[in-house]
Design a protein around this ligand. Structure first.
Ligand code: GAP
Length: 501
C-alpha cells in the first residue's frame, strides 16, 4: 500500500544537519568531552559507512571500471622539496588580518563579507549586528573596525602559509622541517615516472588517490565544509599536448570530458540538478598553475559553494619537479619519436564536502498520516545501512532467532542490522532517518503459531523507505531480491514481479 504524504521541508539548515548527524551517529565534534577541537570532526558508526561508500563508488567508477586509470596510496609526509617545487611554500597563502583589541584573526579578503558588530553613537552606544556590506540604519556608519568585537582596528594584511609545519625525527631544527600535505595531488606528479614505467602505460592515462590533506585554514567552519584536516579524492589525468581529439587540443577536450563525467557522477548518486551548477574561474582567480579551472558548485545550506574543482594544470607540475629533482619526467611519444611533458587535467573533490552535499540533498521532512517523518533518501549504494531486520514481537524467541539468522545471512553481502528496541512503527522511522533503503520484518505468519494451529508461511515483509510500500517474499528468496534491489533495479519493477503485500 502506498501512503500519501505532504512534503514539509526539502531544504535543510546546517543546524538541523549537525544535530541529526550527532543524534544518529554520523558526525561528532572531535574531542568533545574536552570542549572540542576547533573545526575538527569525527565520523561515527554511520558516518564512517557513508564516507566509505562514497570513496568506494568513486574508486569503482573512476578507477576500477576504466582501462585508462590506476591508483596509488602515497605517504602524507613528503620531501620538503616537493612543496618548494610545487609552489606551495611560496604561493599557498591567504592574506590575514588581526584585530588589535580582541586578537581574532580573519582572512583579509573575507572581512567585508562578514556581518559586523557596531556600537552606534546615534543610539547612545547600543550594540547592533549589521549584515555584511550594509551601513548602520541609525547613524549610517560603515564597518571600519573588527567585524567581531566592533572595537579594535585591524592590522595591515600579512601573507599566512596554510601548510602545517612539523619536524621529521627527534630534533626540532630547520633541517628537519617538513609539512603535512595540503593536497594529495603532488604524490601523483612525483610518482609519475614510477607509475608510467611499472605499469607500461600509454597516454592518455590517469592516476587517482584518496587520502587526508591538511590546511591551516584561517577561517574554517560551517561544519565539515571547511576543516583543517579533510579527505580528498583526486585524479591527475595525463594527456599528450600534441594530440588532437575531435579537432581540439587533447587537454581541452579531456578537460570538458572530465567536467561532464564528474557532474554526471554527482547526479547519478542523488544530487538534484537544481542544486548543481558549473562555475568558470575568472582569469584573476586562477591558481598559479592553471590554464582553466571550472568548479562544480553545490547549493549547500550555507549557499552556493565549491563542491569540487576541475583544473587544467598544463605541464606546470611535471616541469617544476623535473627542474627541482634533476630527473626527467617526460613521456616518449612512439609515433612522433619525441619526448613530451604531458599536460594534466585534475578533477579534485573533497570527500567531506561530497558527504555534506549527499546528506543535504537526501534530507526530507514529510507528513505521513498526520505525523512528521524525517527521511534521508540516500542512493542505496551510499546508504550506510542497506537492510534493517526487525522482529515484530521481541518476546517470541522463534521470531527473534529467525530475524537474527536473516541478518547474519544478508550481512555476508551487505551492511545489515538487527533492531528490536522499540515498536515496529518507531523502528521504521529510525531507519528512515538514517536512510536505510529497506527493512525486513519477521512476524507470526513467518514462523507460525502452534498454539493456534497456524502454519508458518516462511515469508517476510520487505518495506521500501521511499514509497513505504511493502511486499511479502519467501525467506529463501531474500538474497536474490536484495541482489536485484541493491544491484540497481527499481522498487517498482521488483515489487511488480514479486507481488505487493
Ligand atoms: N589539488 C587541487 C586541490 O587541492 P582545491 O580546490 O584546493 O584543489 C579540492 O581542493 C577539493 O578539496 C575542494 O573542491 C574541496 O571539496 C576540498 N577541500 C579543499 N579544502 C578543504 C577544506 N579546508 N575542508 C574540506 N574540504 C576541502
Amino acid at each position: 500500500m502506498s501512503h500519501r504524504c505532504a512534503i514539509l521541508a526539502a531544504m535543510v539548515s546546517m543546524d538541523t544537519l549537525v544535530s541529526l548527524c550527532k543524534r544518529r551517529g554520523f558526525v561528532f565534534q572531535s574531542s568533545e568531552i574536552y570542549g572540542g577541537t576547533g573545526s575538527c570532526w569525527d565520523y561515527g558508526p554511520l558516518g564512517v559507512e557513508l564516507k566509505g561508500n562514497i570513496k568506494r563508488v568513486w574508486w569503482r567508477d573512476f578507477v576500477q571500471r576504466r582501462p585508462d586509470m590506476v591508483g596509488i596510496d602515497a605517504s602524507i609526509l613528503m620531501h620538503p622539496m616537493v612543496w618548494k617545487a610545487s609552489g606551495h611554500l611560496d604561493h599557498f597563502t591567504d592574506p590575514m588580518v588581526d584585530c588589535r583589541e580582541c586578537k581574532l584573526r580573519f582572512r583579509a579578503d573575507q572581512v567585508d563579507a562578514l556581518p559586523w558588530t557596531h556600537y552606534c553613537p546615534a543610539t547612545k552606544g547600543n550594540k547592533f549586528t549589521i549584515p555584511a556590506g550594509e551601513p548602520c540604519g541609525h547613524c549610517g556608519a560603515r564597518r571600519t573596525l573588527c567585524p567581531d568585537c566592533g572595537k579594535g582596528e585591524l592590522t595591515t594584511p600579512r601573507q599566512f602559509n596554510l601548510m602545517f609545519k612539523t619536524f621529521m625525527g627527534p630534533v626540532e631544527e630547520d633541517a628537519a622541517v617538513t609539512y603535512l600535505r595540503p593536497e594529495t595531488a603532488q604524490a601523483m606528479f612525483v610518482n609519475f615516472e614510477n607509475v608510467l614505467q611499472s605499469m607500461r602505460l600509454k597516454l592518455p592515462f590517469g592516476i587517482a588517490q584518496t587520502g587526508r590533506s591538511f590546511r591551516n585554514e584561517i577561517t574554517p567552519g560551517n561544519f565539515i565544509f571547511r576543516t583543517r584536516e579533510f579527505e580528498q579524492m583526486e585524479i591527475e589525468y595525463f594527456v599528450n599536448p600534441h594530440d588532437r581529439v575531435e579537432g581540439r587540443p587533447a587537454d581541452e577536450y579531456w578537460h570538458d570530458r572530465w567536467i561532464e563525467d564528474c557532474l554526471a557522477w554527482f547526479r547519478r548518486y542523488g544530487l538534484r540538478d537544481e542544486n548543481l551548477r558549473l562555475r568558470e574561474h575568472e582569469r584573476d582567480e586562477l591558481s598559479h598553475y592553471s590554464k582553466r579551472t571550472v568548479d562544480i558548485d553545490y547549493r549547500f545550506p550555507i549557499g552556493w559553494s565549491e563542491l569540487m574543482g576541475i583544473a587544467n594544470r598544463t605541464d606546470f607540475d611535471l616541469k617544476q619537479h623535473a627542474k627541482a629533482s634533476g630527473k626527467s619526467l617526460s613521456y616518449f611519444d612512439e609515433e612522433r619519436k619525441e619526448h613530451v611533458v604531458p599536460y594534466v587535467v585534475e578533477p579534485a573533490a573533497g570527500v567531506d564536502r561530497a558527504l555534506l552535499a549527499f546528506l543535504a540533498d537526501a534530507y526530507l521532512e514529510e507528513e505521513v498520516r498526520g505525523e512528521k517523518r524525517i527521511v534521508l533518501r540516500f542512493h542505496p549504494e551510499l546508504a550506510p545501512v542497506k537492510v534493517a531486520v526487525l522482529p515484530l514481537l521481541k518476546k517470541r524467541e522463534d521470531i527473534v532467532r529467525t530475524a537474527h539468522a536473516i541478518r547474519d545471512d544478508l550481512a555476508r553481502h551487505w551492511r545489515a542490522v538487527y533492531d528490536d528496541t522499540a515498536a515496529i512503527g518507531r523502528l521504521y522511522r529510525r531507519q528512515d532517518e538514517v536512510g536505510t533503503p529497506y527493512c525486513v520484518t519477521v512476524d507470526v505468519q513467518t514462523v507460525g503459531d502452534t498454539d493456534k494451529g497456524e502454519r508458518a508461511d516462511g515469508k517476510v515483509t520487505i518495506r521500501d523507505r521511499d514509497s513505504m510500500e511493502q511486499i511479502r517474499v519467501p525467506e529463501s528468496r531474500l538474497g536474490a531480491v536484495f541482489g536485484e534491489l541493491l544491484g540497481g533495479q527499481s522498487w517498482a519493477d521488483v515489487a511488480a514481479r514479486v507481488g505487493r503485500a
